[in-house]
Each structure stands twice: as C-alpha cells, then as structure tokens.
Design a protein around this ligand. Structure first.
Ligand code: FAD
Length: 436
C-alpha cells in the first residue's frame, strides 16, 4: 500500500481493543474537522480480524451438536463471524485506512515504523500491539500446553475436547494451568458443557485448575473470588492453589511441591507478556515487557497522558500504569485498553487542533486508573460481576454480561450488524448453557 507523502500519518499499531478504539476516534475527528486532505489515520495489524476475546471460551466449548445438522462440518466457519470481525469492514466509512502488515521494528528517533513489506512514517503514533502467552521458560509448557489467546487457539481446544465428551468415551482429564479469569471461565464452562449435554448421563470430563497464587482470580475482589470458588466447587472442578507448574510432559504436570497430575489435555492460561517488539524500544519496561508509563513528558504527574515519548502513546496490554494508591500495575483487560485508547486519542486530537490553529492551547486529558467493573462467567448461565462496590452473581450477572457485550459491539459496528452478531452468538452459545 502506498501512503501519500504530502499527508501526515497518524498511525495506530494493533487492531485489538485499544487500537480499534483509538483509530475510530481519530478517524472520526479528522473527518469531522475536514482535515482529511492533510492527515491520514492508518491502522496496522498483522491479522485481518478484530478478536472478541471474552467469547473465546465459548468457541472452545461449543459442540457440533449445537448447530443444525447440515452445518455441523462447517463449525469453524459458523463460529468465526461471532468472535472475529474483519477490520476492513469495521473501519468502512470511518476515515481510517486498514493496512494488513506486521510491525517488525520501531525507529522512534526517525519516526518510522518498519513493517514486513516496507516503512511507514508517522507524525503521531499509538502503540497498541497487546500481549502474547507467557510460558515463563517452564520446560515442556509451550510444547504440551494449549494456549487460549486467538480464535485458532479456541478451535484447537474445541477440536481436542469435543470428540472426548460423552458416554462410553472413558475418562478425560483436563488440566488448566492458571486461574485468572480465562482459566476460571474455561474450567467452569468445560464442566457445564460436557456434563449438560442432553445425551450425557454421566460426565466423563474431569477438570483440574492449578494456580500458583493464594487464590483463584488473584487480582479481583475477595467476594468475587469466594463466589467463583464456590461455583467451581459446585461444578466439581478440582482446584489447587499455591501450586506452581515446574515441568510438563506428554501425560504429566509436575508441580513445585513435588506433586504431579496426570492429564489428557493441558490448557495453559497462566500468564501473558507484552509482545517482544517492546524489547528494542528505548523505554522503561517492567518484568513482563510492558512499557512503563512512569513519567509524562511535559512534567505531568505519573502516566497522566499515556505518552511515552515525543508524539508516541502506548495503550492496552503493552503499557503498564500503576495505581497511585494501591501501587498495583494496571490489569491486562479490555476495558483499561479501551479507556486508555480513548484518552490517547483525545490527547492526539488536542495536539492536532493546536497545530492546525483550531485551538490556542493544548488541553491535556489525563488517564486515571479507575475501579474497573468486571464480569467472570463461571459455567452456563452464571456469572460473578463487580460493579462499583457491589458484587452480583448468578443469572442476573450473566444477563449483565450479555448487555455489556452488546454495548461493545454497538461501539464498533453499525447497530443492525451489532445486533445480528450478538443475537447469533447468544442463540448458538446458549445451547451449551443451562441455568446455574
Ligand atoms: C481468552 C481471553 C479472554 C479474555 N476475556 C476478557 C474479558 O472477559 N474481559 C476483559 O476485560 N478482558 C479480557 N481479556 C483480556 C483482553 O483481551 C486484553 O486485555 C485486551 O485484548 C488488550 O487489548 P490490546 O488492544 O492491548 O491488545 P489486543 O486486543 O491483543 O490487540 C493487539 C493487536 O495487535 C496485533 N499485533 C500484535 N503484534 C503485531 C505486530 N507485530 N504487527 C502487527 N500487528 C500486531 C494483534 O494481531 C492484535 O490484533 C481476555 C483475554 C483472553 C486471551
């Protein structure tokens, strides 16, 4: 793709939760301000689709039986549009150009992003390249642990699980390493799914959750942890806490305590780290590779405008802010990524307005680590949600999860498409879900 040299590029790297929000806001501003002749907003991603990760656990646990008979051998094809949305379509008429390419290196002194197929100059840059599965160099983990980070990962888990569920299939031992929200969601849903099939009288899938921390859902509210633990126990998920995985073989997981657990399927959801591209950046990084936003450039208090150098902003899983009160790092979650992206986009817009003489001063928008609401589905039509100081659980929280999902779709798609994607997903995934 050729980019006109006379235009200034506002480049967003990564089309995930953070990058997409930033690009949509920047595109809207440039269009409305009539600056399209001077600025291009370009979003670069190495994948053609935006992945809605909160539904990947559903993809991993959807049986062919949920589909009409004629569509069963095309299940991947049926599931894909429910969680993976083409970026090109999402950006249609948004004023944002989508460029399918891989970012290889960033030269922040020259203001150039080096891509697989060439170079891209930028005037403003938003880095939103996200994270990848962290195997912590544990022997055998990458070879034997199935990750859950992409649509393809979810399909791979589904393909291993689906044929094993049912009567007369023998016992299958599923072990999940890591009891963050992904591990908990998956553990609950696998049990619920495999034990709730109409033709299954006995449940032949045994699920074990292994967590190195003191509790499951480590960074979450203690009430959420307690409710999720109780729910998992009700679903007969075996939980090991304070047990660190130190080695994984084809059939066994070895723990630091000397215990070992037999597995037929091992799923690793025990950690992520920033994409390796950050390693070459001349910026401060924390232990998991995230760019630390510790000092704003213009003497702003810590991390306030999300700028990490010059006109460069970092948002989402690739960036790390610390809560000024608790000193805890920001969580690896979609909401902070989106909120950070909106803040970075606003700050870029302020700078452009100033540069273009639309405003006389740059108003800095600050980002404060808020008390994020969150929802953890734990098998079937049951979830635990924390909204402000309140914790709700059960069917109501599950309904709330559906509303939050629809709300997200409405923020990135036209309403009729959002409604259609949401409804189709709802009708398909609900077939695996029974009332808690
Ligand atoms: C299974 C699962 C379930 C989750 N559920 C929830 C949930 O319920 N609620 C919640 O808040 N959070 C959830 N999360 C976490 C959430 O998905 C992340 O925190 C969020 O995606 C971070 O957004 P981001 O924009 O930083 O990165 P991402 O959304 O990961 O986007 C990064 C983008 O960058 C692209 N990219 C990476 N490297 C390159 C490169 N070199 N060149 C070009 N493009 C590149 C990727 O293709 C990707 O599109 C879940 C995560 C997983 C894996």
């Amino acid at each position: 793709m050729e980019f006109p040299e006379y235009k200034k590029n506002i480049v967003v790297l990564g089309g995930g939760f953070g990058g997409l929000q930033a690009a949509l806001r920047l595109g809207k501003f440039i269009r409305r301000a009539g600056l399209g002749g001077k600025y291009s907003v370009v979003l670069v991603d190495k994948h053609p689709r935006h992945i809605f990760t909160p539904l990947l656990y559903e993809v991993a646990t959807t049986s062919e039986a949920s589909l009409p008979a004629g569509k069963r051998n095309t299940i991947a094809h049926e599931l894909e549009p429910l969680v993976a949305y083409p970026l090109k379509e999402l950006l249609e008429s948004s004023g944002v150009e989508f460029h399918l390419d891989e970012v290889r290196r960033l030269d922040i002194l020259e203001g150039v992003a080096h891509l697989k197929t060439g170079k891209l100059d930028y005037e403003y840059l938003v880095i939103a390249l996200g994270s990848e599965t962290n195997y912590f160099d544990i022997p055998g983990l990458a070879a034997h642990g199935l990750p859950l980070k992409t649509f393809e990962d979810a399909l791979a888990i589904r393909e291993r699980l689906d044929p094993r569920v049912g009567e007369n299939k023998g016992l299958t031992r599923v072990v999940i390493g890591g009891a963050g929200s992904t591990g908990v969601e998956l553990a609950g849903e696998i049990r619920e799914w495999s034990c709730a099939r109409p033709y299954t009288k006995t449940c032949n899938i045994h699920v074990t959750l292994v967590e190195s921390g003191h509790n499951i859902l480590g960074a979450m509210d203690a009430r959420v942890q307690a409710k999720a633990t109780a729910r998992l126990k009700k679903l007969r998920v075996q939980i090991f806490t304070e047990e660190r995985v130190v080695r994984v073989d084809t059939r066994e997981i070895h723990l630091k305590s000397g215990e070992h657990i037999l597995h037929d399927i091992f799923i690793w959801t025990g950690g992520v780290r920033a994409v390796p591209l950050t390693e070459e950046l001349p910026m401060k990084r924390e232990g998991k590779g995230r760019i630390e936003i510790t000092s704003g450039m213009e003497c702003l208090p810590i991390g306030e405008d999300l700028r990490v150098a010059g006109n460069i902003y970092a948002v989402g899983d690739i960036a790390c802010l610390y809560d000024p009160e608790t000193k805890q790092p920001s969580p690896w979650m979609a909401r902070p990524a989106m909120m950070g992206a909106r803040c970075a986009a606003k700050n870029i817009i302020e700078r452009i307005k100033f540069a273009e003489g639309i405003s006389r001063a740059i108003k800095t928008h600050t980002y404060r680590v808020p008390d994020y609401p969150y929802i953890v589905p734990v098998g079937g039509k049951y979830a635990v949600a924390k909204i402000g100081p309140f914790v709700i659980s059960g069917f109501l929280a599950w309904v709330f999860k559906g509303i939050v999902e629809l709300n997200y779709f409405l923020s990135i798609m036209p309403w009729w498409r959002a409604l259609s994607v949401w409804l189709r997903g709802f009708l398909l995934f609900i077939k695996n879900d029974r009332m808690g």
